[in-house]
Design a protein around this ligand. Sequence first.
Ligand SMILES: Cc1ncc(COP(=O)(O)O)c(C=O)c1O
Length: 352
Amino acid sequence: MVVGAADAVAKISIALDSNENAFGPSPKARAAALAATEHLERYLENPARILVPALASCYGLEEDRIAIGFGSDDLLARIARAYLQPGTALLRSQNSYLKVPNYAYGNDADAVAAPDRDFCTDVDAMLSCLTAETRIVYLANPDNPSGAMLPGTELRRLHAGLPCNVLLVIDGAYSEYVTDPAYEDGEALVRAHDNVVVTRSFSKIHGLAGARVGWVYGPPHVIDTINRIGLTFPLATPSLHAALAALEDREHRDYVRSETALLRDEATQKLNGAGIHVYPGHGNFILMEMGGRESLAREMDTALRAEGISLRRFASPAFDRCLRMTLGRHAETRTATDAIIRLYQDMREARA
Ligand SMILES: Cc1ncc(COP(=O)(O)O)c(C=O)c1O
């Protein structure tokens, strides 16, 4: 989030609460966005004609299987609008991306939650929750807030268990951060089947959350439907140019990816070493669980805010003992990690 009035009151100087990319966009993307402000008096006619071929060439994909949108949020919402209506249901793993039930409710459809295992998607549980009403099965991979990753073999098993009238929506907002070789982004499934889409985002690895650019890879009939219910002018001119420049700057993307992986391992190790459980994470954030008394995560959140550090707590009771920390720049991630460990020790000693 942009540090605004509310944060200024709390004097938040290290904001690690919204899974943004603290390294920022490529300097080339920034420059391209700025240059594009010369043309703000113009509508941007059909940005897909420019961005879709760039995406297809960058990722080796087919142009007729790509649609663009105002962040992946816009695309997820459009997919829900196209495929859900009263009497239908969206199925997800119970502690998956917490915003997703709203996509169902917004279309008067049901949101069904399958039990998980330690915040990891349980494929058998998901398949056992399928009903005749299920139209969408949603999977964030990696997931948010847990950071959990479903390996390729399990992803394919999930898809194999779905009837062909059910659309598997794989949310790959954090895809580029995964370093585990067992991961599959789902693009091969899209190519081979008629009922799979993958959504992707420029907000995370490309550091363009404020520009609002996302894309979806799917079968042509789904892409056509998504395009039909899109806005007439779906992207702002500076956003388009920032996205194009970001795609070309592979060096910046690789830098963000490798530094984030390094910080993820380092913070995980330090916190685990201090007795704070960190769930194995594959995105640009980690989910930690505080042992001890139930209120510890809340107390920790308050104490960190008093030191100008904001992490994310969640209203869902399943996350009562948890805090999510976005991996920021090196110094801020290390400062936050050290503060968590120090406060954790103080809080536990105060009770001993
Ligand atoms: C799992 C997941 N999907 C989608 C989004 C939305 O991203 P975008 O900025 O592309 O709309 C987020 C944002 O944090 C997310 O965590």
